[in-house]
Design a protein around this ligand. Sequence first.
Ligand SMILES: Cc1cc2nc3c(=O)[nH]c(=O)nc-3n(C[C@H](O)[C@H](O)[C@H](O)COP(=O)(O)OP(=O)(O)OC[C@H]3O[C@@H](n4cnc5c(N)ncnc54)[C@H](O)[C@@H]3O)c2cc1C
Length: 410
Amino acid sequence: MSIDFTLSPELEAIRLRVREFIDDVVKPGEEKIGSIDRADSRMEYIQILFGMRAEAQKVGLWLPHMPKEWGGMGLGHVELAMVQAEAAKSGFGPFVLNCMAPDEGNMHTLLHWATDEQKEKYLRPLCEGKAMSCFAMTEPEVAGSDPTLIRTNAYQDGDEWVINGHKWFISNAHRAQFAILLARTEDDPDMPQAANTAFLVDIPSEGWTEVRQIETMHGSTGHSEILIEDLRVPDSAMLGGRGQGHMLGQYRLGPARLAHCMRWIAQAEMALDMMVDRSLNRFAHGSLLAEKQGIQWMIADSTMELYQAKLMVLHAAYRIDRGLDFKSEVSMAKHFVANALGRIIDRSIQVHGALGYSTDTPLASMYQHARWARFADGADEVHQMRIAQRTIAAYKDSGSTRTATGDLPI
Ligand SMILES: Cc1cc2nc3c(=O)[nH]c(=O)nc-3n(C[C@H](O)[C@H](O)[C@H](O)COP(=O)(O)OP(=O)(O)OC[C@H]3O[C@@H](n4cnc5c(N)ncnc54)[C@H](O)[C@@H]3O)c2cc1C
């Protein structure tokens, strides 16, 4: 086995191109957007945003996660890690490169589960940047952590399905042209995980009502509550087979969770860069902050955590690329990176003092955004439960926990 962390010259060139593009095009665009009043200048906002997208498409930094035949860059997950970790240095970067959640996970799902006809109708416009999508699973009445509890139900009526239910926190629903919707279709499945089916729903559709965009601790940014009343979809709207909704969701979430981690690495690195920069410029009690042991510990802890985060993400990506089982590695990475992100941003705020608490730096907004990482796409405790189950199983099977700790050759 060869372990080689160097990038080929071609990939290094891509990484540098993404970095330059974010610095030269996206960050200035982000600044312009920040300076306009969105309510008054909606057209200007859209023009800047879509202008950056057109530029990304023109220079070939578009859809890094999709195969070339779909207009993408054809990168594997390890390669994608470096692109996402550069792109997410700006909040708009992943959107501009068309590799943001939830579209990126939905593209991946459609590529693997959709029929040719469904791909043309839904995947093609997503890839071309002409449509947006959402993934509708979570419901207010039951624990989102346990999709076997989903109550939204679909029953067959001739060659149509009639769907009723209630969803919330559906990211992007406000802007989306279609949803991948999970609904219960099986009353008495062989196992609880085989009760749900996925459907492709056009938005707008009669019976699909956006009740509100939920106000969150980082504002109201398109996570919607949706009421579904006698919504009718044809048989051909089923994505995957009957009862395969849970499997499809799990399949989607593996790489999608890791893509979140890649973007969180970018945010954690920004926070650490800012922490060090501030500590080198702030003087108190006879020395720079950077010279004080208490501050050095915060820098050291953050550095070690970011290093661990990068290694875990690279290894989980490596396993996905090689077709190896990646469930535990992605779970461990998702849990670790989500928590490290919160801690690193928090320390950076601490080193910045009152400035860190203000909105003069991006740290306050980064902190608000980072909080959701610990429960969305799998709460910490659910990942811990699964990780522990696999570790116990590994021990029972082989008398050793070795395979559960990344199955590494040490
Ligand atoms: C910003 C944001 C965007 C989102 N986007 C989407 C989206 O696009 N589509 C979508 O369908 N959903 C979305 N969600 C919802 C998200 O997936 C759910 O919040 C998540 O699955 C948890 O479900 P829940 O909120 O119902 O929490 P619950 O399932 O009620 O869990 C609450 C808490 O209970 C604890 N818990 C749960 N299970 C266990 C256990 N087995 N052991 C110990 N403790 C446990 C955990 O601490 C957990 O945080 C989004 C959420 C947020 C905040």
